[in-house]
Design a protein around this ligand. Sequence first.
Ligand code: ZN
Length: 199
Amino acid sequence: MEPHKVLILNRSFEPLQVCDVRRAIVLLFTGRAERVEDTADLIRSPSLAMLIPSVIRLQRYIRRAGNHALSFNKKNILKRDWYTCQYCGRNGGERMTIDHIVPRSLGGKTIWENVVSACRACNTRKGSRTPQQAGMFLIRKPSKPLSALYLTILAQSARHLHVWEKYLPAEAVGSLTGNGDSKEVYPCNGDGRSPSPLF
Ligand SMILES: [Zn+2]
């Protein structure tokens, strides 16, 4: 199972970064942070047992270093898609390929909204066809991440999104769950509705 991650909020409740449980506990025990949300899981040592935190808040306000530019590259596309094939849902880690939803040969652009992670099998099966031509459906609609910071936070949130969501801007979460605004609409079966017959 994926290890727990902890969301660190600034004193102002703005999300700052994600850390591992060990670092979060050090911040709590040294009084530099307070608990905001806990998981239901316990961490035990010989002398104590405590709930593993899910969200902590710094006691001091930290001035945030400039927001790093969001690069459009394979690594970040895979991060946005949780290293999960957007057609079959399989998690293939770094071995995932990038699929152009509307293939380049049909005029599809290389932009956030037209590329998704795909496993080799799905990418080969789809070939140079649109999802509809191939009879395949996207798990969710891809969009451009709000910023590099939120891409990093959300990429580590797979297990915690239901808790972290309320501390993140809706536009940031939408970019990952497929609820964000997007000018393009792709056939999608992730929300239980029937696929839109656009292709
Ligand atoms: Zn697949």
